[in-house]
Design a protein around this ligand. Structure first.
Ligand SMILES: Cc1ncc(COP(=O)(O)O)c(C=O)c1O
Length: 423
């Protein structure tokens, strides 16, 4: 019997490709810099490099980069080398001590899931008094921590943050008890783009013998370069005493293609706590460090290539462009009477107004076909600046001005709520 939906006969690729492109007509035009959310694009050359390097490793399966790879001609030994070299560069970038270890994952969420799973397993052995294991995170920490708790049967306490958007250390201390197995800080947090007081949180965790995780998913790969340019960036990585694990997304400010992130551990033994090993089936030993199984080698190869093509000089240049573009945004916001929340360290900023309805402002920006983030408590706009936005920021500010004028003239907000994802 024929299927009703599955195409009976094939059609030429050019024709199908044209249809694919037609489907993109109403997508945001990130290549014109119209994404002031998470596009992480430097320029056209950058995207071309990612496309070509990913395509070269499209069929290569990273799950066959273990045992199979050790015998020439039977697996993907190339991926073992690329992965290990990438991990070594990344561990060095984040000041990992000798003996540290890490895993390349599919994204920030998986990196966080693995760290939380590791903490749960560690606590089984080392926190016997934790009867109902719980993690304590700032209210601004990413939703992935609650997702991890949902998956792994843990509880979460979200602690109110200070007026500047940063975690409140005293309130965090007050939330600790024998059930707490893990504490978290962000570098920076997504809602406000500010770093939590990580040194203080790390000290607190260390004093209580609690696993401390730094979520540097969004900022991790930008912060070292912004600091090298002379901007103030607090210590946030494995060089900071008391930090046990760190998540940092290559597919964000590492400018890697999706899906690639890293989770690093001060002690490589901690990584083993979330490694899955099994052999009770008729196909032999199965061991994975991450949550998935098969995955394309494309992102690993493309990221290795990107590191070598850009080098430190290229990452510094990207960081310089981001900070300069952020300054242009700040000047424009000042002119429009909009106020930046806190003092963001990097290219992730949020701003609002005491008088204007920011949801109405954001509605006008949507109509003008920009992709922005919306924040709540209070209503805000969240922007993530990338090098590609250097060419579009003036046009954005023109449209923002029109939006502010409309809101001042009494434009009412639509029913559009702040939504981070519905993927
Ligand atoms: C601070 C922070 N942590 C974690 C994540 C989750 O990353 P992903 O969407 O790659 O899973 C994000 C995503 O924006 C983030 O900003």
């Amino acid at each position: 019997m024929r299927n009703a939906l599955f195409p009976a006969e094939g059609r030429p690729w050019p024709e199908v490709r044209a249809e694919l492109h037609a489907r993109q007509a109403d997508d945001v035009r990130w290549n014109e810099g119209r994404m002031l959310t998470s596009s992480y694009v430097i320029d056209g050359d950058h995207v071309l490099l990612l496309r070509e390097a990913s395509a070269d490793f499209l069929v290569e399966n990273a799950i066959y980069a273990g045992e199979f790879a050790s015998k020439p001609g039977t697996g993907f030994g190339s991926l073992v080398g690329l992965r290990d070299e990438l991990l070594a560069m990344v561990l060095e970038l984040f000041n990992a001590p000798a003996g540290a270890g890490g895993t390349l994952t599919s994204g920030g969420t998986e990196s966080i899931l693995l760290a939380v799973l590791g903490a749960r397993e560690w606590a089984k052995r080392h926190r016997p008094k934790a009867r109902a294991p719980r993690i304590v995170v700032p209210r601004t920490a990413h939703a992935a921590f609650d997702k991890a708790a949902f998956y792994f049967g843990l509880a979460v306490t979200r602690v109110a943050h200070g007026r500047d958007g940063r975690a409140d250390v005293q309130a965090t201390a007050d939330a600790l008890d024998d059930d707490v197995i893990m504490m978290v800080g962000s570098a920076p947090c997504y809602p406000f783009g500010v770093f939590d007081p990580l040194a203080d949180l790390a000290r607190l965790a260390e004093g209580r013998g609690i696993w401390f995780h730094v979520d540097a998913c969004v900022g991790g790969y930008l912060a070292p370069f912004v600091r090298r340019l002379g901007h103030p960036v607090p210590d946030f990585d494995l060089g900071l005493a008391g930090v046990w694990s760190l998540s940092a997304d290559l597919h964000k400010y590492g400018f890697a293609p999706k899906n690639l992130s890293s989770v690093l551990y001060r002690d490589g033994a901690l990584r083993e706590l979330s490694t899955f090993s099994f052999r009770d089936w008729p196909a032999g030993a199965y061991t994975t460090a991450g949550m998935g199984g098969s995955r394309t080698g494309g992102p690993i190869a493309a990221t290795w290539a990107l590191f070598h093509v850009l080098g430190e000089v290229g990452y510094l240049e990207a960081a310089r462009t981001i900070m300069a573009t952020r300054d242009r945004l700040y000047t424009g916001l000042d002119r429009l009477g909009l106020r930046v929340h806190g003092r963001p360290e990097l290219g992730l900023v949020s701003y609002g107004s005491d008088t204007l309805d920011m949801a109405a402002v954001a509605d006008v920006i949507d109509e003008r076909r920009w992709s922005i983030g919306r924040g709540l408590e209070p209503d805000r706009i969240i922007n993530l600046i990338n090098p590609i936005n250097a060419g579009s920021i003036d046009a954005y500010l023109d449209d923002l001005e029109a939006a502010v004028v409309a809101a001042r003239a009494g434009r009412r907000r639509s029913a559009t709520a702040a939504v981070y994802t519905r993927g």
